[in-house]
Every structure is written in structure tokens, then in C-alpha cells.
Write a protein that binds this ligand. Structure first.
Ligand code: ADP
Ligand code: NA
Length: 328
């Protein structure tokens, strides 16, 4: 009874990188054409779970919107908006917080990782943000959630909360399913055993969508590899070179066998130069579009304002029904 609805989000914690693009945004651009109701959200409330500089956050919200538009998100096909413009995200989050047990939230892999990393300095938001993510999706009765595979446990929490709510208050929320891209998860260029992320301090660990050809070339040249000069795919024993091959494969559609075959006469230095060419060629039109959008900030703001209105209409209607079911 709930129509197919696509929902996904990205944190405005900097400029989106090729991991975000290949793991999420590329799929978003595809799904805006295959689905009627599609929402993409710049999740600023999530980005304040770590200390933020207000001016940097403002800039990141703009840059994230500009990058999404430059990658091909079409505001006539998808509702593109800023999370904090729609207050019902926080309201539904509170209702869900009261339906979530402490052990359930403590069992999430990201909590285990973060609570070890930040120890006693950790804030409560870093524990409960997956509940906000569930609210983000279910506020729009989202059924399809195109995300990287690191997000699967969080989509499962949204499924649990929908089930718990429906059992206690009556059938309302649909089942949200993660839609995971076939391409491999992109790893950090500096520590190729962990994922490429905006939150890694070393900027040489990631390729931003706005990096110039020279910067891209420099970062790939410095990418951590090993002392074996040959090019072959072995993610367990050769994570660095295999990550470059994953990036190559994702941007070209070639398989790792085809890439190995094509590059068997090259050494690591020559192969890195080849990957830099491919990435540069793909990103150049995206980068140019972002630079143009930076010249027209009012245009980008208009798109976000219209997105907030359209998202807000759906959110308000659903939230009124949720309140009625819960008795307030
Ligand atoms: P980040 O971890 O860089 O801050 P976000 O949390 O904003 O990224 O995630 C936005 C989307 O990008 C999510 O769907 C996430 O799964 C995806 N994503 C993030 N990093 C990667 C990566 N290295 N490889 C593939 N997908 C990724
Ligand atoms: Na993140």
C-alpha cells in the first residue's frame, strides 16, 4: 500500500569524494529516473555529532548541494533538501528514541568502533544518530535506500523500528530495504584497509569531486601500495593496488581480469598514471559544473528551498498521522 519511495542522505562534512560518488551518488542519479518519488537529503543534523565549525558547515552544505547537482541530481526528478529545514526529522527521531532499547543501539558496529575511538568524550548524539537515520527514512515512508554497505546495520534498525511501531500503534510504516551498489567499497588511499571517508584527517586519503587534475595525479602517485611491481588483483594481500583497480573498474565498467590483462606490461608507477588519467577524465566535467554553481549561490539555494517545501509537505502529513496513532 506504500508506493515505492527512494530516500538517501549524505553528511555535509566536506566535499563529497569518489567513495561517496561510486558508493551512493551514482546510484542516486540512476534511481531518480526509475522511480516516481525520490528524496535526497543533506543530513546536517548528523554532521554535528562531531565538533563542527559553523562557517565550515555552511560551506559544506552548499558544496554538497553543488556536487550533487553537478553529478546529475535533477531537482525536477528528485527532491533535494537540507534535513534541518524539515523539523519533523527531529520529532520522529524522539518518538523512535523511546522505542529503541539501549542494548539494541549498543550492538551496532559503528557504535562499537566510535565508542572505542572517543572513549569517555563521546557525546550521546554519536550513539543515537542511527535512530535519527531511521526517522529520516521512515518520515517519508521510504522503501528503497541506496547506500554504501557500511550502512546496512542502520537500515536494519529502521526495519526493526517500523516493525515495533506498527505492532504497538497500527500498521503505518513500510519495510525499508538497502539498495547496495555492485562495485566494491572504495578504500582510503593512505590506509587501504579502511574506507575512504570525509572524516579521515589526511586529505591525501581521498579524492574529492572538485580536485584538479594535478591534485588527483599527486594523490594517486602517493597512494600506499606494496613492493610488488606487477599489476594483479588480490584485495586481501595487496589492498593498495587492488583499491586502485576497484576505482578503475568502477569508473570504466571493466572487470578486474580485464584490467589485469590490459596492464600486465605496466609497473605500479605506470599503472598509477593510467588510473589518474581515468579518474581525471571522469571528474573534469563534474568539477567544472561545481565551479560554475559556485558562481550562482542563489540558484542552488532556490533549489534547496523548493526541496524543503516539497519534503516538508510529505513530512507534515505523515507526522500528523503518526501523532494520532501514538495518542498526542
Ligand atoms: P563519509 O563517510 O565520507 O562521511 P557519508 O557518511 O556522508 O560519507 O556517506 C554518504 C554515502 O556515501 C553513504 O551512502 C555511504 O555508505 C557512502 N560511502 C561513504 N564512504 C564510502 C566509501 N568509501 N565507499 C563507498 N561508499 C561510501
Ligand atoms: Na561518515
Amino acid at each position: 500500500k506504500c508506493p515505492p519511495t527512494v530516500f538517501s542522505g549524505i553528511q555535509p562534512t566536506g566535499i563529497p569524494h569518489i567513495g561517496n560518488y561510486l558508493g551512493a551518488i551514482k546510484n542516486w542519479v540512476h534511481m531518480q529516473n526509475t522511480h516516481q518519488r525520490v528524496l535526497f537529503c543533506i543530513v546536517d543534523l548528523h554532521s554535528v555529532t562531531l565538533p563542527q565549525n559553523p562557517n565550515a558547515l555552511r560551506q559544506s552544505i552548499f558544496d554538497t548541494a553543488a556536487c550533487l547537482l553537478a553529478c546529475g541530481i535533477d531537482p525536477d526528478k528528485a527532491i533535494l533538501f537540507q534535513q534541518s529545514d524539515v523539523p519533523q526529522h527531529s520529532e520522529l527521531c524522539w518518538a523512535f528514541t523511546c522505542l529503541t532499547t539501549l542494548p539494541r543501539i549498543q550492538s551496532l558496529p559503528q557504535w562499537k568502533e566510535k565508542s572505542e575511538k572517543y572513549a569517555k568524550d563521546i557525546n550521546v548524539g554519536l550513539m543515537t544518530y542511527p535512530i535519527l537515520q531511521a526517522a529520516d527514512i521512515l518520515l517519508y515512508k521510504g522503501t528503497e535506500v541506496p547506500v554504501g554497505e557500511d550502512q546496512i546495520p542502520h537500515v536494519e534498525l529502521a526495519q526493526d523500528l517500523a516493525r515495533i511501531f506498527n505492532y504497538r500503534f497500527g500498521e503505518f510504516f513500510p519495510k525499508a530495504s538497502a539498495v547496495i551498489p555492485k562495485s566494491a567499497r572504495i578504500k582510503s588511499l593512505r590506509t587501504p584497509t579502511s574506507k575512504m571517508s570525509k572524516s579521515e584527517i589526511d586529505v591525501k586519503s581521498r579524492i574529492d569531486l572538485t580536485d584538479s587534475p594535478e591534485v588527483i595525479r599527486g594523490k594517486i602517485k602517493k597512494a600506499v601500495t606494496d613492493f610488488t611491481p606487477e599489476i594483479f588483483y588480490d584485495p586481501d594481500n595487496r589492498p593498495g593496488i587492488s583499491n586502485l583497480m576497484d576505482i578503475h573498474a568502477a569508473f570504466t565498467g571493466l572487470s578486474s581480469d580485464e584490467i589485469t590483462e590490459q596492464n600486465k606490461l605496466k609497473n605500479t608507477v605506470g599503472y598509477k598514471s593510467e588510473v589518474a588519467d581515468i579518474v581525471t577524465q571522469y571528474l573534469t566535467p563534474i568539477r567544472e559544473k561545481v565551479l560554475r554553481l559556485r558562481e550562482q549561490p542563489e540558484y542552488v539555494q532556490q533549489i534547496l528551498d523548493r526541496g524543503a517545501e516539497r519534503a516538508g509537505d510529505i513530512a507534515q502529513e505523515n507526522w500528523m498521522q503518526i501523532r494520532k496513532l501514538m495518542g498526542f
